[in-house]
Write a protein of this length. Structure first.
Length: 324
C-alpha cells in the first residue's frame, strides 16, 4: 500500500513537472508571437531584447487576477480604512510641501490640487506602494492566461511603446500584478493617452518624478471632463418616503438639479437645505438602502472613469475634502 502511495505521489509530481514545463514552453512560444507583433508597430530589436530578457510565466499574477477579494466592506467600514487619520495628516503635509508646484499644475490644467494629492494618496500611498512586478512580465503572463487576452496584449504593446519612447528603462518599468504603473498607477494605454512631462526634462516619468505624477493625474482629469468650478458631491440624508432604488444611478436619465432633489426631500447630512446652485447631480448609494447616500456631480463621474469603483471614487473624494 505504501509503495503504491509513493508511486502515486511520484507520478503526480512528474506529471505536474511536465505540465509546468510544457506551459513554460508554450509561454515562450507566445512571447515569440508577441515580439513579432511588436516589430510590426515599430518596436526596435534592442528594446525587445531588453524588455523580454529572462521573462517567465508569472503564476502569482494569474492568481492575483483570479483571486481578488470577494468580501465586501460597507462604506462605513471601508472609508476609515482607506482614509485613516494618518493618511489625512500626510496628505496635508505633502500638500503644503508641494504647494507651489501643485498650484502651478492645478492652474495649468484647471484641477484643484487637493484632488491631485488625494489620487496620489489613494493610488499609491503617495508613491510608496507602486508595485514590484516587471510590467512586461506581468502583462504577457496575463495575456497568455487568456481570460482577457486582447486587453492585456494591447497593454503589452502600449508598454513596449513607452519603452521605445524612452520614458523608462525595461529594468525600471515596475508596477502592480495587473500592469498599473508608477505613483499614479496608470495602465500603459492610459500612460500613452494622458501622461505628460511636468518638469520639461523630456521624459514622462510617473515612477520617480513627482512633477510628472501630478501633471499626468491633472491632465487625465482635465481630458475626461473635470470642472474646477465645483467639487465632487456630498453625503446626504434621504427622506424615508423617497424611492431611492428607482432614482439612484449614474446614467444620464437619472440626473436631476439640486433644486429637484431638494423638492424630493433630500438634505445635506446636517439636515440643512442643499446648496442653491444650478447643477446636475446623481444619487448614489453603493451599499444598500440603509447605507450611505450621496449626491454627486460630473467630477465624480470623472473619478469613476479613472477607476470604475464607487469605493475608489469616494475614498479619493473624502480624502480631498480633508485637505486644507
Amino acid at each position: 500500500m505504501k509503495k503504491k502511495l509513493l508511486l502515486g505521489i511520484v507520478s503526480l509530481l512528474m506529471a505536474t513537472s511536465v505540465t509546468a514545463g510544457t506551459a513554460e514552453g508554450d509561454f515562450q512560444d507566445y512571447i515569440v508571437e508577441l515580439k513579432n507583433e511588436a516589430r510590426e508597430i515599430g518596436i526596435s530589436e534592442p528594446i525587445l531584447e531588453r524588455a523580454f530578457k529572462d521573462i517567465a510565466f508569472k503564476e502569482k499574477a494569474v492568481k492575483s487576477d483570479r483571486n481578488q477579494p470577494e468580501k465586501k466592506l460597507t462604506l462605513d467600514e471601508y472609508i476609515p480604512r482607506a482614509v485613516p487619520k494618518w493618511k489625512i495628516k500626510q496628505a496635508n503635509d505633502l500638500y503644503q510641501k508641494h504647494y507651489k508646484e501643485l498650484t502651478r499644475i492645478g492652474n495649468e490644467y484647471a484641477v484643484q490640487p487637493r484632488f491631485i494629492v488625494a489620487l496620489w494618496g489613494v493610488e499609491s500611498n503617495f508613491g510608496k506602494l507602486t508595485g514590484g512586478y516587471n510590467v512586461i512580465e506581468a502583462l504577457t503572463t496575463l495575456a497568455y492566461d487568456g481570460r482577457r487576452e486582447e486587453f492585456f496584449k494591447k497593454q503589452t504593446m502600449a508598454a513596449l511603446t513607452i519603452l521605445q519612447q524612452g520614458h523608462i528603462t525595461p529594468e525600471n518599468m515596475k508596477g502592480s500584478w495587473a500592469g498599473a504603473m508608477g505613483q499614479c498607477q496608470f495602465m500603459p494605454t492610459s500612460f500613452l493617452a494622458y501622461a505628460v512631462d511636468g518638469n520639461d526634462d523630456g521624459r514622462k516619468d510617473i515612477w520617480t518624478t513627482e512633477a510628472d505624477v501630478f501633471a499626468s493625474a491633472a491632465n487625465y482629469l482635465k481630458q475626461v471632463g473635470w470642472d474646477d468650478t465645483y467639487t465632487w458631491g456630498r453625503q446626504v440624508q434621504l427622506p424615508e418616503s423617497l424611492d431611492a432604488e428607482s432614482l439612484k444611478g449614474l446614467s444620464e436619465e437619472k440626473s436631476k438639479t439640486l433644486a429637484q432633489w431638494q423638492e424630493l426631500g433630500v438634505r445635506r447630512l446636517t439636515g440643512k437645505a442643499l446648496p442653491d446652485v444650478d447643477i446636475e447631480a446623481w444619487l448614489v448609494q453603493p451599499d444598500d438602502k440603509d447605507g450611505r447616500a450621496y449626491l454627486v456631480y460630473n467630477n465624480y463621474q470623472v473619478l469613476m472613469d479613472w477607476n470604475r469603483s464607487h469605493y475608489f471614487a469616494l475614498a479619493v473624494s473624502h480624502l480631498a475634502d480633508s485637505i486644507k
